[in-house]
Design a protein around this ligand. Structure first.
Ligand code: ATP
Ligand code: MG
Length: 301
């Protein structure tokens, strides 16, 4: 397939899941089992689409790196076992590791708790020319911290700043932060891998039953599952409060991992394509320099 067609297809696959205006967004309108017009029998077709997408991503990333002007920040959020790690691994499999930085954010350390909540993430923002991946992010500050407010207490904020408006204020600040990044040439794309409670159970059982997957299991994940509905409410509000045209959310169905990966690859392709990347052009002086370097090299043994 030609590059243009691949880009068109990537856009078409990602578009139905893009949210750039959160008003009125409802999580229950997105079916975690959705696969658009790909049936289960189309798994090979989707694998092929992913392989082609990954190849194209590598080409775009090469230009991003060479041009060294734009950066791309990709944020992944999801319930446990929704497939964040696998998606990152597969979608980014073809790209040059030098141009990509992945950071996983766990519960904050005491040093991190001693700062404002964006601090630890700001230190990990991608440089120009790079793709930065956040596996969890500052959005946890509106998710786990909202569901378990004892985490908020650990942040030792001045008490008068902790009001019922705190979540809305966090959305506002995050929107401002992402607008700031966008205006600095760092594009932001956010992915919520939307898995169903039923599929999560299936994944947990597999982790318990399959010795090669035992390491992924954590007893705490089962405890968090009991807060499922609270998490869904928090995710919905988060998307409503922070989906913008510049920094859209993609709410990606995650019950079929092969499909999730194609959608995520499509969204990243579309983000890079929208930057109209090109290799740096060579100035006439530089061209002369290259020509004389070539002559010199050819003359010597
Ligand atoms: P993952 O669960 O992302 O696949 P993991 O199992 O290797 O990765 P965990 O030790 O479970 O890592 O760390 C992630 C946990 O850290 C999540 O439960 C998440 O909610 C929590 N976490 C992340 N950021 C924060 C935060 N700002 N405040 C409190 N908890 C946080
Ligand atoms: Mg975990």
């Amino acid at each position: 397939m030609k590059t243009k067609q691949l880009i068109k297809r990537a856009r078409a696959i990602a578009k139905p899941f893009r949210v750039e205006n959160g008003k009125g967004f409802r999580l229950k309108d997105v079916d975690p089992g959705d696969t658009l017009d790909f049936g289960a029998e189309d798994k090979p077709r989707s694998k092929e689409a992913l392989a082609e997408g990954v190849e194209l991503l590598a080409e775009l990333q090469d230009m991003l790196y060479a041009q060294d002007r734009w950066g791309l920040l990709l944020i992944f959020q999801a319930m446990d076992a929704a497939g964040k790690d696998g998606t990152i691994k597969h979608v980014m499999s073809g790209i040059n590791p030098q141009g990509c930085q992945v950071y996983s954010f766990k519960g904050p350390s005491s040093e991190e708790l001693d700062h404002d909540y964006l601090w630890r993430c700001a230190k990990c923002l991608p440089e120009r020319g790079r793709i930065g991946i956040f596996n969890r992010s500052y959005y946890e500050e509106t998710l786990v911290v909202r569901v378990h407010q004892e985490f908020l207490a650990r942040e030792t904020l001045p008490p008068e700043l902790v009001t019922r408006d705190i979540w809305e204020q966090r959305f506002q600040d995050i929107r401002g932060f992402e607008r700031y990044l966008t205006r600095n040439g760092i594009q932001v794309r956010k992915f919520f891998l939307h898995v169903s409670k039923k599929e999560q159970k299936r994944q947990f059982l597999e982790r318990l039953e399959n010795p090669e997957k035992n390491w992924k299991f954590s007893a705490n994940d089962i405890k968090e599952r009991e807060f499922w509905d609270d998490y869904m409410d928090a995710y919905e509000e988060m998307i409503r409060g922070t989906a913008t045209e510049d920094a859209p959310w993609y709410v990606v169905p995650a019950d079929n991992k092969w499909f999730t990966r194609v959608v995520v690859a499509g969204a990243i392709i579309e983000a890079l394509d929208s930057l109209k990347l090109h290799y740096p052009t060579v100035s006439p002086e530089k061209r002369k320099e290259l020509a004389s370097a070539k002559r010199l090299l050819e003359r010597k043994r």
